[in-house]
Design a protein around this ligand. Structure first.
Ligand code: SF4
Ligand code: SF4
Length: 290
C-alpha cells in the first residue's frame, strides 16, 4: 500500500459539501447516530493515552441505531446494544476549520481536531498519539475490497492513481476495529442505559455536553479487552481527568465554532490558524513523512 497524502486530507475532513459520493456511516443495519464523517475509532489504550495527555476533551463517542439488531430504547432511538448495554466507539472530535483541499478555495469544513488547516497535515503524525487506524488507512478498505477515501477523492477531484499509488494490502494490518474480538478494545459497552437519557438525544442533535462526552470516554478507558466489563473506580478517575482537560484542541474547537459559517461556505475572513491553534500549544507540522 502506498498513498500520496500531501495536500489531500480527504480522510481527515468532512468533504460532503465538496461532493463526497455517499454517506456510508449512516446506511445499513447499524447507522451512526451522530453526523460525523469518517470517524477514527480509537482503541482502549489509545483512549487512555489521550486522556492521560490532557486531551480527553478532543474525544467523542459514537452510538448506533439499528433496525434488526439487539437494541435498547433511549431518547426515542433503538440504540444498538449487547445484553441491554449500549455499544459505542470513541473517536477524535471534528471541528469546523477553514481548509482548502483538492486545489480549491478556502471553505469551512468539519475536520479532525488534529488536522492543521493550513498545511492539511496531521499535527500528531509520528507521535505516540497517532492513531493506529490512521497509520494503516486505507488498509482495511483494501482488504475488504471497499472503495477507499483516496479513490473517492480521485473520482470526484482528481485522477486515478494520484493518491492511492499502490493498493496492496499491508502485511502488518491489525484486526479491523469492528471485527471479532473488538469488544472492550474498540467497541465498548455502557453499563447503565438509564443514565444516558437526554445524552443520546443531545448526541444526535450535535449538542453533546462535556459531561456527555466524558461519560462515554471514561467507560471506554475503564473497559477490559475481550469483555464488556467496566471498572467503576477507574471509570470515576478517568471521568475526572476528562472533565479537567483544557487542551489546545478543545479551546480551538470553541473558537472555530464561534467563527465558522455553514459547511462549504467561503472562509475568506477566518481567524489565523496559528493564533487559534499553534499559539495555544498545537504541535506544528513542519516535516512531511509517512
Ligand atoms: S484520502 Fe488517502 S491520499 Fe488522502 S490523505 Fe487520506 S489516506 Fe492520504
Ligand atoms: S489523527 Fe491525523 S491522520 Fe488521523 S484523522 Fe486526525 S488529522 Fe487525519
Amino acid at each position: 500500500m502506498e498513498v500520496n497524502c500531501e495536500g489531500c486530507a480527504g480522510c481527515c475532513i468532512d468533504w460532503r459539501p465538496l461532493g463526497a459520493p455517499d454517506d456510508r456511516e449512516r446506511e445499513g443495519r447499524y447507522r451512526a447516530l451522530d453526523d460525523a464523517y469518517h470517524l477514527v475509532p480509537l482503541s482502549r489504550d489509545e483512549v487512555r493515552g489521550f486522556v492521560a495527555d490532557g486531551l480527553g476533551d478532543a474525544l467523542v463517542p459514537r452510538l448506533f441505531e439499528t433496525d434488526g439488531g439487539s437494541s435498547v430504547r433511549i431518547d426515542g432511538h433503538a440504540v444498538a446494544a449487547v445484553g441491554g448495554r449500549p455499544a459505542f466507539l470513541v473517536g477524535l472530535r471534528k471541528t469546523p476549520k477553514p481548509v482548502a483541499p483538492f486545489g480549491g478555495d478556502r471553505v469551512w469544513l468539519d475536520a479532525c481536531a488534529f488536522l492543521d488547516p493550513e498545511t492539511l497535515r496531521c499535527r500528531i503524525h509520528g507521535t505516540d498519539r497517532y492513531p493506529e487506524r490512521c497509520r494503516v488507512y486505507p488498509g482495511h478498505n483494501l482488504e475488504l475490497d471497499a472503495e477507499t477515501e483516496c479513490e473517492r477523492v480521485e473520482r470526484v477531484h482528481g485522477e486515478a492513481g494520484e493518491r492511492l499509488v499502490d493498493d496492496a494490502v499491508p502485511a502488518d494490518l491489525p484486526p479491523p476495529p469492528l471485527g471479532r474480538g473488538a469488544l472492550g478494545s474498540t467497541v465498548f459497552l455502557h453499563p447503565d442505559p438509564d443514565a444516558l437519557d437526554g445524552a443520546v438525544g443531545r448526541l444526535v442533535a450535535g449538542e453533546a455536553t462535556p459531561e456527555d462526552r466524558a461519560e462515554f470516554v471514561a467507560c471506554a478507558a475503564a473497559s477490559a479487552p475481550g469483555t464488556g466489563a467496566v471498572n467503576d473506580d477507574r471509570r470515576e478517575r478517568e471521568r475526572e481527568r476528562v472533565l479537567a482537560a483544557d487542551s489546545w484542541a478543545g479551546r480551538a474547537d470553541a473558537d472555530w465554532r464561534a467563527a465558522a459559517a455553514d459547511p462549504g461556505d467561503p472562509a475568506t475572513d477566518a481567524p489565523d490558524p496559528a493564533a487559534v491553534e499553534v499559539d495555544r500549544g498545537a504541535p506544528e507540522t513542519d516535516d512531511w513523512g509517512e
